[in-house]
Structure formats: structure tokens, C-alpha cells
Design a binder for this molecule. Structure first.
Ligand SMILES: NC(=O)c1ccc[n+]([C@@H]2O[C@H](COP(=O)([O-])OP(=O)(O)OC[C@H]3O[C@@H](n4cnc5c(N)ncnc54)[C@H](OP(=O)(O)O)[C@@H]3O)[C@@H](O)[C@H]2O)c1
Length: 233
């Protein structure tokens, strides 16, 4: 049974990806910091006939990641964990700035560095990272967040060019706005127009399910129900 490691799998997009990949036949390792939420996710997946084990892990902590993933053998890694303090630059604290860089950027190094060696050795595997359309289209309040997602796009493409000759696929899935708790700190009147987490999970499922000779490297997922005045999303 192929194995998938999904980071940030305790809620939102990551949870939907874990559920979807389990339905697709993956043995899922669901990673995040919250034990209770992870246990719930895995119980739900197991009750539905899938396989899932929780992994309590702060992906921004290099020592914890190295200890938890030493010798890890996974077929698919979904780098999904991410945070966004969406606010004007001058209102962004140094701690918020650092945290976004640690989780959205530095964690990609820690986690991917741990799982890539076994993929290269097997000459097979897939690293799929959740970026954002904000990675290529800036917005007010996104000075740090959008820049971290631009990093995701750029890093993914460089890594893809580097490891495809070893049989390892690298993809970036770039959603527009998605209904999750991610933006709870940003006042919003209506979420109904946004993508659902399941919409993004369907795309990840498609991207990791392509035949061995096919690579979907970059997938942008947008809503078609854009409210007036929100054309960018
Ligand atoms: N929502 C959107 O509109 C949207 C749009 C485009 C892209 N994205 C991207 O999609 C990804 C998921 O976002 P979401 O909307 O699903 O957010 P969410 O609902 O807030 O979920 C974030 C997940 O990441 C985990 N996480 C946060 N910090 C972590 C850490 N240090 N170590 C391990 N896990 C951590 C959280 O669990 P714990 O707190 O328990 O650790 C949670 O499972 C992010 O990369 C985000 O940038 C979101």
C-alpha cells in the first residue's frame, strides 16, 4: 500500500487531502501539532475503511522533524502546513514575520530533506506542496505571506528540475481563496463564493494520481463564483 505523509492534516485543506488520499488507497500519516484533532481525523478515516496514523509534529522545529522522520519511507509527501498573518507590513510584528518564514518556508527544507533520500533511492516518489495564487499575484496585507508562497513556487520548480531525473515528481498546487479557519483573523462577510477544502484535495488527488511518465508540475485552482470586486481571487 503506498504511503502518503500530509503535513497540516488536522484541519482545513490538509485534513481534506488526508481524507481524499486515504480514499484513493494511501496509507496516510497525518501530521500537525494538535494531537486531539489528528486523532479525530484518523478515527474518521479508519471508520470509513481507510488507513491513517497521527504524527504530532511541529514542522518548523528541525530537531523534532529529524527525529520523527529519520529514515522515513513515504511515496507521497504533501507539504501543506502553512500560516498567514494577513496584515499590512507595518502592523506585522517581527514574531509573526519569523513564524511565517519558519512554517511556510523553512519547514519545507526540514521535511523534504528528511523524505527525499528514500525517494531518490527508490527512483520514485512525489513531493506536492500547497502554494497559493498569492505566490504570483500580490495583495495588500500579503507582504510576507505572498512572498513565502512565491518562494514555494520558485523552490518547487527548481527542485522539480533537479530530481525528475531520479524519477521523483515535484508539484505545486496553488489555490485561490478556500473556506477554512486560515483567514479567521481577517473580517469577511461571506465565504460562500470560496473553494472548499475538498476542491483542493480533488486537485491534489489528480496531480499525484497521474501515470508514471506524466508530471503536472503546477496547478492553479480558482473559484468560478467570484463576487463583484474580488476579481483577483
Ligand atoms: N485557506 C486559504 O484560502 C488558502 C489559499 C491558498 C493556499 N492556502 C494554503 O493551504 C495550506 C493549508 O491552509 P488551510 O487554509 O487549510 O489552513 P488551516 O485551516 O489554518 O490549517 C493549517 C494546518 O496547518 C497546521 N500547522 C500550522 N502550523 C504548523 C506547524 N508549525 N507544524 C505542523 N503543522 C502546522 C495546523 O495544525 P496545528 O495548528 O494543529 O499544528 C493545521 O492542520 C497553507 O499552506 C495555506 O497557505 C490556503
Amino acid at each position: 500500500m503506498p504511503r502518503a505523509l500530509v503535513t497540516g492534516a488536522s484541519r482545513g485543506i490538509g485534513r481534506a487531502i488526508a481524507e481524499r488520499l486515504a480514499r484513493d488507497g494511501f496509507d496516510v500519516v497525518a501530521a500537525a501539532r494538535g494531537q486531539r484533532e489528528l486523532d479525530e481525523v484518523c478515527a474518521e478515516i479508519t471508520a470509513a475503511g481507510g488507513r491513517c496514523q497521527p504524527l504530532v509534529l511541529d514542522v518548523s522545529d528541525p530537531q523534532s522533524v529529524a527525529a520523527a522522520l529519520l529514515g522515513a519511507d513515504v511515496d507521497v509527501l504533501v507539504n501543506n502546513a502553512g500560516i498567514g498573518a494577513l496584515k499590512p507590513f507595518m502592523e506585522t510584528t517581527a514574531a509573526e514575520w519569523q513564524r511565517m518564514i519558519d512554517v511556510n518556508v523553512n519547514a519545507l527544507y526540514h521535511v523534504t530533506h528528511a523524505v527525499l533520500p528514500s525517494m531518490i533511492e527508490k527512483k520514485a516518489g512525489h513531493i506536492c506542496t500547497i502554494g497559493s495564487i498569492s505566490g504570483r499575484s500580490a495583495f495588500v496585507g500579503g507582504s510576507c505571506y505572498a512572498a513565502t508562497k512565491a518562494f514555494v513556487t520558485s523552490w518547487s520548480e527548481s527542485l522539480m528540475l533537479e530530481v525528475r531525473e531520479h524519477g521523483v515528481k515535484v508539484s505545486v498546487v496553488m489555490p485561490g481563496s478556500v473556506t477554512t479557519h486560515f483567514n479567521d483573523h481577517v473580517p469577511s462577510d461571506d465565504d460562500a463564493w470560496k473553494l472548499s477544502a475538498a476542491d483542493v484535495a480533488d486537485t491534489v488527488s489528480y496531480v499525484v494520481g497521474t501515470p508514471p511518465n506524466v508530471l503536472v508540475h503546477r496547478a492553479e485552482v480558482r473559484t468560478l463564483t467570484v463576487p463583484h470586486g474580488r476579481a483577483r481571487r
